[in-house]
Design a protein around this ligand. Sequence first.
Ligand SMILES: C[S@@+](CC[C@H](N)C(=O)[O-])C[C@H]1O[C@@H](n2cnc3c(N)ncnc32)[C@H](O)[C@@H]1O
Length: 261
Amino acid sequence: MTKRDNTLLKEAIGQYWNEHIHDLEIVKHDIGTLGFFEDLDEYRFDKLRYLPELVDFSSFKGKTVLEIGCGAGIDLARFAAGGAIVTGIDLSQTAIDLARKNFELRGLKGTFVVADGEALEYADGSFDVVYVHGVLQYTADARQMAREAHRVLKPGGQFIGMVYNRQGWLNIMSKFFKVELEHEDAPVLDKYTIGEFKTILTDFDDVKIVPERFPVKSRLQGGLKGLLFNTFFVGTFNLIPRPLVRRWGWHLMAFANKAVR
Ligand SMILES: C[S@@+](CC[C@H](N)C(=O)[O-])C[C@H]1O[C@@H](n2cnc3c(N)ncnc32)[C@H](O)[C@@H]1O
């Protein structure tokens, strides 16, 4: 990956995410209402059915969890509802304002800060868990963000992350049908092979990568394209036994530990 001019790029990234709330196009309720956050949660966990199966959000009671790039705090609210002590940071002020509102409306406790996940202001060994879902691929220097995630983890702490799979079915389809991916217009959108993702996570021990996120019916595509996708493609793909198609999962989930030395 080429070295980028990070300061300007970071400004552009923050600005982009101030103007593009993730999954906004499916929301039925007014921005910032409880219905809005419930819509986001319902859509996210319908699309990402694998996520609560792989991450038991309720199992971190009393643990300190940092989410880098928390967006509107949808996942962090699940950690907090399960009793975790949570902190969310994001480059985008809009994201942090929404996350705060989300927590206030749900009666949850959390700390939220506009900050750069590549330069965290936390001491070494501050958190039990660092969660970075759908963020490394949008930042200027993913390796630096992973380095920071490792630094602020306690020895024995757990890293959970997700990037997009360059060899994933959605990337292949988008290239073949010349259909843009969501947020293809973001200042940075990188995709990784499993090997490249492991290189980013080189500081961690016990790195396990699990490809996930197989086709589900789309609420976004209409017309003939939508009909073909939802009926033919989704149906056929899901008939194939998972082990045969796993390496083409669109999301590469990573689970790793910081070694106790
Ligand atoms: C696709 S959204 C994902 C939000 C949330 N994690 C989710 O899964 O819905 C990417 C988020 O990463 C944030 N982000 C990108 N680079 C960042 C950085 N260097 N530091 C902190 N946040 C960053 C963006 O502002 C944006 O809110």
